[in-house]
Design a protein around this ligand. Sequence first.
Ligand code: EPZ
Length: 426
Amino acid sequence: MDKLLIAGGVPLSGEVAISGAKNAALPLLCAALLTKEPVTFTNVPHLNDIGTMLKLLAQMGVKVSREAAQGTTKVGAGDTVTLDASGLNNAVAPYEMVKTMRASILVLGPLLARAGEARVSLPGGCAIGARPVDQHIKGLTAMGAEIAVEQGYVHARATRLKGARLFTDMVTVTGTENLMMAACLADGETVIENAAREPEVVDLANCLVAMGARISGAGGDVIRIQGVDALHGTTHRIMPDRIETGTYLCAAAATGGEIRLTGASSTWLDAVIDKLMDAGCEVIAERDAIRLKAPKRLTAVSIRTAPYPAFPTDMQAQFMAINAVAEGTAVMRETIFENRFMHAVELIRLGADIKIDGNTAFVTGRATLDGATVMATDLRASASLVIAGLVAQGETLIERIYHLDRGYEGLEQKLVTLGANIRRVK
Ligand code: EPZ
């Protein structure tokens, strides 16, 4: 099991490239199931989750080709992936693959729409919560699918899905994405109300429209889809990863540094940039780059996570690391997931002063943290521990960093480029 060894106390400085967005790439790869023609994606991040999804699609009979961007192996250059689902012959997502990546549920809608059937293992819970998929099932059932949940699998069949008016009980990102993909080939119009407004939903809609789908309203909370008989191929560039961007901004803020992130867009980070400025950072947005200059000492910022465009739950852990060394006390409320404070106990091992009360964390900043051995529990919690390790005096050893490899391309290489003293140890 790999570990990360960090010698903290070094302010980050310099420039790195931001990779394509994991949470845009995962649904986009599944969209290729909707057509018999090849679909090519560029700027695909080189991540374990992407590899898992490509393996899942390949065992369904999808032809997969993946090569590094032409002529460069520079970290963050992204891969080019071409998928050809003309030979789709196995509409099954087995437990062994789904249990390692919950986003596998995103094959359900496309398989039903394209093949009229699907057997998809229920994704297990994960560290941050139960994460049921009842809204995915409710919406597909409303579109005429016959769905039974037996022996841990979702068994779904539909001769042809019918357009319907759908309302999700809560905002669900992959739920919205699954239903939108299924609706592309349904008979008639589908309206998704209370839809997720995340930029990754918009990136998916843009690609589907380029494939011949008829979608309007993506990015708002009502999305209309007119079903068509078939979709065709296209080439689509994955949008930049706004959470990776926010993570490096937080690392620079916490270490008192000054960095520039290229291939990043500030458009989708208003809530995060707002909070970084409240914390005392100077943030300058350029056309396709972002610069941050940290203050001598950060000011604590209270946050409340909520669906886009509000403060993203995927940035909560990173901000807890910022507040752990900021001046003052921050109140941090997590409203999306029921158990997304696992990083808190690990930050406390580094000396942080954090009190948890239900879904609220009270963080009182300290002048600094002290290095220790800590354990990563989920993707964004791991990022929080890396940030804290970069700040802490002395050495921090982070265990179980396979979580990080799922969602951050070339993390230690990018941090070394920014001057961090960090290396991977066996
Ligand atoms: C997506 O997960 C992201 N993953 C998550 O990022 C992100 O944290 C989350 O959206 C919220 O923004 C991908 O896009 C691959 P939800 P998703 O459905 O779609 C409940 C990361 O770190 N819910 O929006 O699974 C659910 O339990 C990951 O990159 C139901 O109850 O999240 C949660 O409390 C972590 N029933 C809330 O809704 C359902 O059918 C929001 O979940 C669906 C969701």
